[in-house]
Every structure is written in C-alpha cells, then in structure tokens.
Design a binder for this molecule. Structure first.
Ligand SMILES: Nc1ncnc2c1ncn2[C@@H]1O[C@H](COP(=O)(O)OP(=O)(O)OP(=O)(O)O)[C@@H](O)[C@H]1O
Length: 431
C-alpha cells in the first residue's frame, strides 16, 4: 500500500459477462502526470479505464491514494476520481448547467444545497471548456463536440485529484482538440493525475508525459512517448507502417503513416519513393525514408549539391549532373523512367528556380493534374519551411495535416515553395 501513489493497480483483470478482456495489468500513476493509454480497436483501453474508475468490477489490487477502491463509498469515489466517458446517453432534457452542477453533489450532505463556491467552480469549468454560452441549452440540443466539452466541464467542476478521460477529443475539431488537451495537460502540471485514452497517436505524443500501449488486454509497452511509439512497436501492435520525425516547434516525436502493400505472403513490399530535391532540401527526408526501409531513389542532382553528398553516403541511386550546366537529355530520360517506377514521388525544391522547370515539365507531362496539394484547412505551402534541414519536418507536418493531391494523384506528394501550377510551357527554359 503506497499512500503517495494516486492510482495503483496490481494484476488487475476485468471484463464483461464472465469474459476477461484486460488481465495482468500492473501499473501505477503518479501525481502531476498526464498518462496516455493507446492501442488498437478492441484492445481493452476503455475496459481498463472503466475498471479503474469502478464503472465495472475488477479483480486484483486496485488502490486510490493508498486505499483499496472497493472500500470507497460512491460519495468518496466522487470526490477522489472523475471519469469522462467517450459518450453518454442523454435521456433527459437537462440544461448544460444542470449537468455540470451534478458533479458537485458528491460533496454536499443529503438534502443540503449547493454553495456559491459550487456554482463558482461550475461557471469556471464552463468558461475553461468554452461552453459558457451553452449553459442554458438543453443537452439534447448539442452537437457531439459540444456534448463532449460538457462532459469534460463536469469532470473539471468535480475537481478531483485523479481524472480519467476516454478519448476526450474524439468529437472535437482541431482548435478544440488543442484547447482541451492544453487544459488537461495544465491540470496535470498543477498536480493532478490525468489518464486519457487516445486514438490519435500524434496528439498522445505531443501532450502526454507517459504512454501505456495495450494489446489484447495486456500492457505491451510503458514509458516515455517517443520510446513507446517507435515504428517497430507501431508495426507490431497496429500492423501499420510509420516513419518518425520530430515536431518542428517542440522537437517531440511525430508519426507519419505510410502506405504499404502486401506481397500476398504477409510480407510487405518496399515502397519505391523518388525524392526530387536540391540545395539541401531533401537531406533529412532521404535519411528518414532510408532509415525506415523504403526503396529510395533520388532525381537529378548536381555533384556539388549537399543532397548529392547525402545520396552518396546512403548509397541511394540518383542522376548526377555537372553543376551549372544544362541538364542533359539522357538525364531527363532517366528521370522519366524513375517517375514511372516510383510508387510515390516527393518533390522538395526550394525555391523554385528556372533549373527546376525541365523537371516540373516532365512531371506535368507524365502526371497531368498531379502537381497540386490541397490541405483540408486551406493552408498554403508557403506556411511550411522547406529550407535546408526542415524538409522532413515539413513533410511530416503536411502528412499530419492530411495533405492530399487532387484528381488521380494519390501516389505523388509535392513539397514545393512557390506557384507550381504555372511553370513556363516552353522547353526553352534552361538553367
Ligand atoms: N459492454 C460490453 N459487453 C461485452 N463486451 C464488451 C463490452 N464493451 C466492450 N466489450 C468488448 O471488449 C473488448 C475491448 O473493448 P474496449 O472498448 O475496452 O476496447 P478499446 O481498446 O477501448 O476499443 P476502441 O479503440 O475500439 O474504442 C472488445 O472486444 C469489445 O467488443
């Protein structure tokens, strides 16, 4: 028994209708920590959270603040632990304020009224989750995202040292995801123990202090986010291929999912990625792709280009040309062959100079309509930095933001600064 650990589980097991879903779970959650629980669909994340919050019974040891949870009265539990479910039925047309106020009843004796302090806490919770304007609205008249914020506000108003959240951002748009997770992280910083289930691995990586990875009802990895979400662990547990890079602002790990194809015998065929870069814009990306097992080739590179040095060091096939000279016809022909062979083309050029036009023309003529990227949120290329050393991060950011190409261009990703829709049409533009 450890009175300093807010949550302690040893050999915990739980399930439904006599069937064990999670078992042999041993973990403890420290004060002031934001812990993420991750794992594929059906792996038992919600079941574990329900067991810890005593929504469902469990066997094994489960202690809150050093006391067996089984010894807590419902009122004591309501003061010790807040639980935010993924969703909750709304059988009655309560107002938002009424639902948030309910969180305070565990603290008042029977038949007593709530105090001004209870109301103040609820107003503050509404304010912090950005739903004050909804306080008199019927909860049945809320969108999924608004309702999710009400459930979080209710847990905030409950004001417990331990808060468990089941996919707290599943219904939220990007701005609200960031707002709620910043708020939750601040709660941990102020000394609470916060545990959240996450499907969005990049959000878990950016916000959590520690991750528990669950597979088949067991903890298979537990530690610092970047140590848990390695490409190897993601492949093993999720059956997905990712590359990792670092967040351009925070330096934390980012995962970028990549397409894979199956050879039919269960093995994965290497994706062929052609990187057309120059001036150092492709170095990081070439390293990341090689490190993660892609069959990488490079486009036309002057032998004085720093990307050429990377390509040589990594033994990546490329099309070397002499610096400051016109690109020879045989090099352009070779590029056309590589374009045809590649599963994915990454064009990372900064800035777009006249020297790039023959290459752009090849891509345009061979891949008509494939040279446009749209980000779902309307952002433009220029908001990303493709200068030396930043291309891989920009690539990751674009992928994370859901970059996609128009029309039939699902095999090509273009990373480019400048207006790529209108390179000169004549072939007379030479370096
Ligand atoms: N109320 C229930 N009764 C019976 N079985 C259930 C119940 N809830 C969940 N299960 C089963 O328990 C297993 C784990 O479910 P759980 O919801 O814990 O997984 P999860 O990791 O949270 O999944 P997801 O990522 O899809 O939300 C699944 O096989 C599921 O079908």
């Amino acid at each position: 028994m450890n009175s300093h650990v807010p949550v302690n589980a040893e050999n915990l097991a739980a399930g439904y209708n006599g069937k064990e879903i999670v078992s042999s779970v041993t973990c403890s959650f420290a004060k002031g920590t934001f812990i993420g629980i991750i794992g594929p669909n059906g792996s038992g994340k919600t079941t574990l959270l329900r067991a810890i919050s005593r929504v469902i019974p469990s066997s094994g040891i489960l202690e809150l603040d050093g006391r067996p949870v089984s010894g807590y009265t419902p009122a004591e539990l309501g003061v010790a632990l807040g639980f935010v479910p993924q969703d909750e039925d709304r059988p009655f047309a309560y107002t938002v304020m009424q639902v948030v106020l309910m969180s305070r009843y565990a603290r008042v004796s029977r038949f007593a009224s709530l105090s001004p302090n209870d109301y103040a806490r609820c107003y503050r919770a509404l304010d912090r989750t950005g739903i004050t304007h909804l306080k008199d609205r019927s909860i049945r008249a809320l969108s999924g995202g608004e309702w999710q914020r009400v459930l979080i506000a209710r847990a905030l108003a409950q004001d417990t040292p331990v808060i468990l959240l089941d996919e707290p951002t599943s219904h939220l748009d990007l701005a609200h995801q960031v707002g709620i997770l910043t708020l939750v992280r601040d709660l941990a910083r102020s000394g609470r123990t916060v545990v959240g289930v996450f499907h969005d691995l990049n959000l878990a990586l950016q916000y959590c202090d520690r991750l528990l990875m669950i597979q088949g009802g067991h903890i298979v990895a537990d530690g610092a986010p970047g140590d848990v979400l390695t490409p190897e662990n993601v492949r093993e547990v999720y059956g997905a291929e990712v590359v990792t890079t670092s967040h351009p602002a925070t330096g934390r790990t980012i995962l970028v999912p990549l397409d894979t194809r199956n050879n039919g015998d269960g093995s994965l065929e290497k994706q062929k990625v052609l990187v057309i870069s120059g001036g150092g814009s492709g170095g990081d990306l070439l390293r990341v792709l090689c490190h993660n097992g892609y069959a990488v080739s490079a486009g036309i590179l002057a032998t004085t280009d720093s990307d050429y040095a990377v390509v040589k060091a990594l033994e990546i096939p490329c099309i070397p040309v002499l610096p400051f000279s016109q690109i020879p016809a045989h090099a352009l022909e070779k590029l056309k062959r590589l374009v045809v062979q590649a599963d994915r083309i990454v064009l990372s050029v900064h800035p777009v100079g006249a020297g790039n036009y023959p290459v752009l023309e090849i891509l345009q003529s061979m891949e008509p309509g494939r040279l446009v990227i749209h980000l779902p949120d309307g952002r433009e290329f220029s908001s990303y930095d493709f200068t030396r050393g930043k291309a891989a991060a920009a690539y990751a950011a674009l992928c994370t933001a859901g970059a996609s190409c128009t029309g039939t261009c699902d095999g090509i990703l273009v990373i480019l600064e400048g207006n790529i829709g209108n390179p000169p049409r004549s072939s007379g533009n030479t370096p």
